[in-house]
Design a protein around this ligand. Sequence first.
Ligand SMILES: Cc1cc2nc3c(=O)[nH]c(=O)nc-3n(C[C@H](O)[C@H](O)[C@H](O)COP(=O)(O)OP(=O)(O)OC[C@H]3O[C@@H](n4cnc5c(N)ncnc54)[C@H](O)[C@@H]3O)c2cc1C
Ligand SMILES: *[C@@H]1O[C@H](CO)[C@@H](O)[C@H](O)[C@H]1NC(C)=O
Ligand SMILES: *[C@@H]1O[C@H](CO)[C@@H](O)[C@H](O)[C@H]1NC(C)=O
Ligand SMILES: *[C@@H]1O[C@H](CO)[C@@H](O)[C@H](O)[C@H]1NC(C)=O
Length: 436
Amino acid sequence: MSTEKTLRVAICGGGISGLCLAVALSQHEHIKVDVWESAERFKELGAGLMVFARTWRIFQLLGLEANFSAATHTKPDPSVGYQFRRSDLGEEGFGWHFVPFPYGCRTFHRAHFLDVFVDGLPPNIVHYGKRLSSYKQDETTAEIILNFTDGSCATCDLLVGCDGIKSTVRKQMFSTMAQREAKPEFLNFVDPKWTGTIAYRGLVPATRLVGPGGERHRTLDSPVMYCGKNQHLVAYAISRGEMVNVVAYLTDPSKENTVPDSFDWVADCDREEVLQTFSSWESEAQVLLNNMQNPTKWNIHKISPLPNAVDGRVVLLGDALHAMGPHLGAGATTAIEDAFILAILLGATSSPDTLDLALAAYEEIRLAQANHIQHLSDEAGHMFELNSSYRERLDDLGPAIARQWSFLADTTPDDEAKRALDYRFRLLNSSDLAWS
Ligand SMILES: Cc1cc2nc3c(=O)[nH]c(=O)nc-3n(C[C@H](O)[C@H](O)[C@H](O)COP(=O)(O)OP(=O)(O)OC[C@H]3O[C@@H](n4cnc5c(N)ncnc54)[C@H](O)[C@@H]3O)c2cc1C
Ligand SMILES: *[C@@H]1O[C@H](CO)[C@@H](O)[C@H](O)[C@H]1NC(C)=O
Ligand SMILES: *[C@@H]1O[C@H](CO)[C@@H](O)[C@H](O)[C@H]1NC(C)=O
Ligand SMILES: *[C@@H]1O[C@H](CO)[C@@H](O)[C@H](O)[C@H]1NC(C)=O
């Protein structure tokens, strides 16, 4: 049939999703990768990130294990997990459940995490300062033409939207489909929606958390989830134990899907505001808030579960596909698995002629799973703030929370890769039949 040709893949966005995909694709000789990034350089927030054994397995398969090991002080240790505490009762709180991480959790500073991908990139594939404004599919050549805000253009065989929660690619994809297929409900997928939750984020130097007699704050030695009604606070050590990452959440459940009232996306905030919001909280939580460096506040947004991941030769990945609440720490994990599966499928695609089969298999394997994880993550947020169907029944709530993470062990990335390739293979054979 067709001979091996170069597949030109354009990746829009150089965050965790885009860079992981670029590293994975550059391992295949027949694929030419370009990364188009709007910023002048790669950047990640000075904050924490955790990943589980499932993601670690993907790093092994991509040959990145050693470099990721060097970027974290944490080892998968079955005695590590979240201590859950009730903390909002105006007195010392109490521990009510321990959720171990049987899934080999490791924590990172975000910038160190991104650097591992940056180090793994081949030279000259990244184009900075390039903001995609629109794309167009040429009906005769099936090529995609990319337009950037600086007036320049580029072409590719496949465009992957790795451009995050506010994705330009998703915006155009769903506005176009809404019009073409006369489905105005598709406009619902264009913009992110506010969850009604504000997150106060900041890092605390570990030195501030050791008392004069050497007493260590609980969070130096274990991740902790401090819970209260419509509020919770999560803290864990990163940067080889030199910093504790703190995120304090405040939710107004009646505001879900409304427009934020006080600020738009992110704003600086003074410590007083945070302290006031958590004034009835137990003292060990307040110690963290009192020592947060340069706290910022974020309106937490998500997107509605999408009905499609692919339109023609344009495909979505990462937050562009499934921006979710941060409660399971699963956004980057899910993005990395999307990238891994797409790279496996494209690696097995030796000609642009069979590209559509690879994309159909990607959508089949990833879309439902991404939507499922997004749902689990939203539910977890309600659970941590005692606003799930379990309310304040802590004895039942603890095990229920642990189950929210069990998707991590239901399958393996190896199985998922095999399932994706099998699916593509079945499509390939059935289309061979149809063409003969
Ligand atoms: C408070 C909080 C805590 C979190 N904690 C965790 C955690 O512990 N574990 C976890 O797995 N996940 C966590 N997440 C989620 C995780 O951060 C995201 O899922 C992940 O960063 C998404 O990566 P991305 O590459 O898809 O998008 P982004 O990181 O948003 O990257 C998008 C990139 O595209 C570029 N771009 C945007 N538009 C254009 C354009 N038009 N043209 C060119 N370039 C463009 C941007 O500049 C950016 O570099 C958390 C999220 C939050 C908010
Ligand atoms: C690991 O990092 C080193 C230097 O930081 C780099 O030279 C090497 O290429 C990296 N390996 C991979 C597989 O990315
Ligand atoms: C893309 O850019 C070309 C050339 O600059 C221009 O003619 C075309 O109208 C642009 N397309 C869109 C959809 O903006
Ligand atoms: C969640 O909180 C809101 C407002 O506080 C309340 O109306 C709703 O009933 C709660 N849901 C559950 C399941 O407790």
